[in-house]
Design a protein. Structure first.
Length: 223
């Protein structure tokens, strides 16, 4: 069973997600939190596999809660899936940087919700190419994101091939798509991604997307 904690300050939203998740035979909602502080406390107490985390919550917002959970080595196995409305949440990029495994629209249908929970629980990042590009473009459009990236720290640790692979990860491509793009075997592409994650001390693929942008390897509006 995949154990899920729901963190949202709206009881109706939590109830809705609980009902949808209960349609699956392999997912169990083990707790709920109405604010970020409760989310952190419940995560420590319940050790869920996945936290569905809203950004806008009282006491402690979802970004701070994500940062706290991701920074706790005892919670390394907990995966955080950010609940968002893409046209409003300006904190999603920062949440990914803080350690979230991906993001899901609050109006996602049941199939997408269940798939998202399963993907994240399996240790993968939930970042489709279209959503990744939209996220980056929304992020860099904000005034506070105008600071130019500083690539040296990231690029200096990587080989030329690894930089190519990181750039493609940054656009949201899967390992299989990267392999096709660079004319590599899927196994070789997976190896490159794994080595990049090790070199950059990335928690998961989501943080590689952040690194690709901050290193200047991904330009908004370009593939």
């Amino acid at each position: 069973m995949i154990r899920v904690l729901l963190a949202d300050d709206q009881a109706l939203v939590r109830s809705g997600f609980r009902v949808l998740l209960q349609t699956a035979g392999d997912i169990e909602v083990v707790g709920e939190a109405g604010d970020g502080q409760q989310a952190v406390e419940q995560t420590i107490r319940l050790r869920p596999d996945v936290v569905l985390m809203d950004i806008r919550m009282p006491v402690l917002d979802g970004l701070a809660a994500t940062t706290a959970i991701s920074a706790d080595p005892d919670l390394a196995g907990v995966r955080i899936l950010i609940l968002t409305t893409f046209d409003e949440d300006s904190y999603v990029f920062r949440a990914l940087r803080a350690g979230a495994a991906g993001f899901l629209a609050k109006d996602a249908d049941t199939a997408d919700l269940l798939q998202a929970v399963r993907v994240v629980a399996a240790g993968q990042a939930l970042l489709s190419p279209a959503a990744t590009r939209a996220l980056i473009e929304a992020y860099v459009a904000r005034p506070e994101a105008a600071t130019p990236p500083t690539p040296a720290a990231v690029l200096g640790a990587l080989t030329d091939r690894e930089r190519e692979v990181l750039a493609l990860v940054g656009t949201g491509l899967s390992n299989e798509e990267i392999a096709a793009e660079l004319v590599l075997s899927p196994a070789t592409a997976r190896t490159h991604v794994s080595r990049i994650m090790t070199k950059l001390a990335a928690r998961d693929r989501a943080q590689l997307v952040v690194a690709a942008y901050e290193a200047g390897l991904v330009r908004p509006g370009h593939r």
